[in-house]
Write a protein that binds this ligand. Structure first.
Ligand code: ADP
Ligand code: MG
Length: 728
């Protein structure tokens, strides 16, 4: 039996895995494995707890003495919950999570030991991180980097290890992770956000971004997954003919979730809840075998950690259920890919969502201020936003008529558009009367929330205002949310700084505050109109119109990454103290390198598939047909043979043609790869892979997919799309 058939057999045998749901209610075990504030309160003396969690604590460094107390509490709690090890848990720049586990156990003399964990181990660890990417920031042979505790994200226990969320930096101080600049961007937007809010409300003392992600993914049976080297090694299929039935029936989205899948979902939800991850929604997505999950939104730092953690937990639980998860942005050609929507907003200590239209004139002006500043920030940095989501995987998705195009624009809906038009037109060249102001402001207040939330939606826009938040939909499903959130935080904060300065300077000229705010907002509306688009973002017309508006449409990763080292970006990040020029260059290099590596692996795997799997199968089948032709010739009278043998001979010729195209292109691709590998410069190498290797992947795939429909089914070595996608 061929590998493929035995894989299919095995997949069909895989049944629902028994899993016992906890007897308790979710609320009883929610966050059980987390060192929460509640646990801290139980384990720490009251004054210490106050000192650590008090209002001033957030911005103050925690000293060694306090850290010792927290460490002792963490250790006691973790050991009581069965943990034996601890680790600093961080998010290095290759998008994974990294851990180095150390045992609490410490020998003290012969035959005796204690469990040890103190403040210095809590605050800092030196992981052996020589293999983690640093973009030249750290000499590899030195491998000096350290991780440092992030008290704003709680420690948790996973598989018997106490995991302490940390930042990861080089000894020279440069950030080697996503969390460091994220925390800086959070503090930046807090500072200016509070200043702006205080123009309206003196009670606001804290402003923080909230993030609600929506994670899409595919589930594939493990036997089928291992029968496809491309899935195993690249996370996506490099060939495969579109099945006779795909997603055109649109029945997956509305259909019920298969039992085996439900069992998996239930088990990982329990695991997520125990870790305090508030996952709430699960459903089928448009493509067969595609699903989505979404939590309740949280403070951005925590939400990002939770997204990374959930991806790890999902993989673990999937294995148990004999599935593999594909987080890749485009695992199957001709079938929808996966994204990760990032819902972003700003909240205050007073419980206000700054992007939620208010019910009074005063709160509406506050809303309009943040809303319009956000739009202007995007209009200033569309290229940088595109760069934040650039990856080899996402390149397959952006602009492929299923995901937003690579052109960044903002959708705000009819009602808010007319509010902006009103605001811009009515006050032109003259002061508004108080009546006009409140009428304008009330305009929004009168819109019941439900209408903004549900009806006026544009699913094709990369960045849509959805009632009380902006939904950034172009993020790739495998991406860390960090880069997108860092960019949004920083450009909005920078924009708010300008706004505050401009309003202040008008007020110094004795313009009344509301009037000053309106004037500046009006100016911004005019300046950022080109970024607003309400139509179909998937259409050809939009591509032309965007070009005429001067909006960038950058289709590939290497080109879009250039924005990271553009003068404007360097100024933005360094002036705001989020990332230095050196750090930006390092990030640019790491991402160029990653891009080239992904394509290098894909190209190797495809060459292997073509040479060792596809061509041999095609030849075997072709020999069968040739044998048949030979027999026909011997059996049939010449005239009949000429009549009926022609199609057979045609098939033989076709197979030969495809085989020879595959062989030629594979050898051209191998040479292109060798040339690319010789390039020392990581960006040049990325461009070479993008321009010379990537197009050949497509050509080779075309011929393989043609062979798939010519060759006898039982001889085809790889599970086909219909098997991968429809066997549950
Ligand atoms: P869909 O996009 O599938 O229609 P929704 O628009 O209901 O679904 O998206 C809900 C997502 O938006 C959830 O992930 C939720 O956590 C998030 N969300 C809701 N309010 C906010 C907010 N104020 N800040 C950030 N995210 C939010
Ligand atoms: Mg969404």
């Amino acid at each position: 039996m061929s590998n493929r058939y035995s894989a299919i057999q095995a997949a069909l045998q895989h049944r629902e895995i028994a899993f016992e749901l906890p007897k308790e209610k979710v609320s009883e075990y929610y966050a059980r494995d987390v060192f929460t504030l509640q646990v801290m309160r139980d384990y720490l003396p009251f004054d210490v707890f106050e000192q650590i969690t008090g209002s001033s604590a957030a911005n103050e460094q925690i000293d060694k003495k306090l850290a010792d107390l927290v460490a002792a509490a963490m250790k006691a709690w973790a050991i009581s919950r069965g943990a034996s090890h601890y680790t600093h848990w961080f998010l290095p720049l290759n998008g994974a999570t990294a851990e180095k586990h150390d045992a609490f156990f410490t020998p003290i003399g012969a035959n005796s030991s204690i469990e040890q964990f103190d403040g210095s181990q809590l605050i800092q660890q030196e992981p052996d991180a020589s293999s983690l990417p640093s973009g030249g920031l750290r000499n590899t042979f030195e491998a000096r980097g350290y991780s440092a505790w992030d008290p704003s994200s709680p420690a948790f226990i996973m598989d018997g290890t106490l995991c302490i969320p940390t930042i990861f930096i080089a000894y020279t101080g440069e950030a080697l992770d996503y969390k460091t600049p994220l925390l800086k961007s959070l503090s930046l937007i807090n500072d200016i956000g509070v200043e702006v809010c205080q123009m309206f409300d003196r009670n606001v003392e804290k402003v923080y971004p909230t993030l609600g992600w929506e994670q899409e993914y595919f589930l594939i049976d493990e036997s089928l997954y291992f029968a496809r080297p491309d899935l195993t090694l690249c996370g996506r299929t490099l060939c495969g003919h579109t099945p006779a039935r795909g997603q055109q029936m649109e029945d997956h989205y509305f259909g019920s979730i298969p039992e085996r899948v439900t069992a998996f979902m239930k088990e990982f939800e329990v695991a997520a809840w125990r870790l305090g991850i508030p996952v709430k929604t699960r459903h089928n997505e448009v493509a067969p075998n595609q699903f989505e999950l979404a939590p309740v939104f949280e403070e951005a730092n925590l939400a990002i950690d939770h997204n990374q953690l959930v991806m790890v937990v999902m993989q673990k639980v999937a294995r148990k259920h004999r599935f593999r998860i594909l987080f890749h942005e485009k695992p199957f050609d001709g079938v929808n890919g996966s994204g990760k929507h990032n819902n972003w907003s700003l909240a205050t200590n007073t419980g206000k969502n700054l992007l939620s239209p208010g019910h009074t004139p005063k709160t509406n002006l506050l809303f309009l201020t943040f809303f319009i500043n956000f739009i202007r920030a995007v209009s200033e940095y569309p290229g940088l936003i595109r760069a934040a989501i650039a990856s080899a995987g996402n390149d397959h998705r952006l602009g492929a008529n299923e995901a937003p195009p690579a052109i960044i624009s903002v959708f705000i809906g009819k009602q808010l558009n007319s509010v902006l038009k009103d605001l811009e037109a009515r006050v032109k060249d003259r002061k508004m009367t108080p009546d006009e102001k409140s009428e304008l402001k009330l305009n929004i207040g009168k819109i019941p929330k439900i209408i903004i939330d549900n009806t006026d939606r544009n699913r094709t826009s990369p960045l849509a205002f959805t009632g009380n938040k902006f939904e950034f939909r172009a993020v790739g499903s495998s991406a860390n949310c960090g880069p997108s959130v860092i960019v949004l935080n920083t450009i909005v904060a920078d924009q708010l700084k300008q706004f505050k300065k401009q309003v202040d300077s008008l007020m110094e000229k004795n313009v009344e505050k509301d009037e000053a705010i309106f004037r500046i907002l009006r100016k911004y509306i005019g300046e950022s109109r080109h970024i607003l688009f309400e139509g179909n973002n998937y259409s050809k017309e939009w591509i032309d119109e965007a070009a005429s508006r001067g909006l960038p449409n950058i289709k590939n990763t290497p080109e879009s990454l250039e924005e990271y080292i553009a003068g404007k970006t360097i100024r933005l990040f360094s002036q705001n103290n989020v990332l230095t020029e050196k750090e930006l260059v390092a990030r640019y290099e790491i991402r160029m390198e990653t891009y080239a590596k992904v394509l290098q692996i894909e190209s190797r795997v495809l060459a292997d598939l073509a040479g060792n799997h596809i061509i041999p199968a095609a030849i075997r089948y072709q020999n069968l047909v040739m044998e048949n032709v030979q027999r026909l010739k011997e059996t049939l009278p010449e005239q009949l043979f000429n009549e009926h043998g022609a199609q057979q001979i045609h098939a033989i010729t076709k197979i030969s043609e495809h085989i020879s195209h595959i062989r030629n292109n594979v050898s051209t691709m191998i040479n292109a790869r060798k040339d690319a590998n010789k390039l020392e410069d990581s960006s040049k190498r990325a461009y070479a892979y993008c321009n010379r290797v990537k197009p050949l992947l497509e050509v080779i795939r075309y011929h393989i997919d043609k062979l798939e429909i010519l060759v006898e089914d039982s001889m085809w070595p790889l599970p086909k799309y219909r098997e991968l996608l429809f066997i549950k």
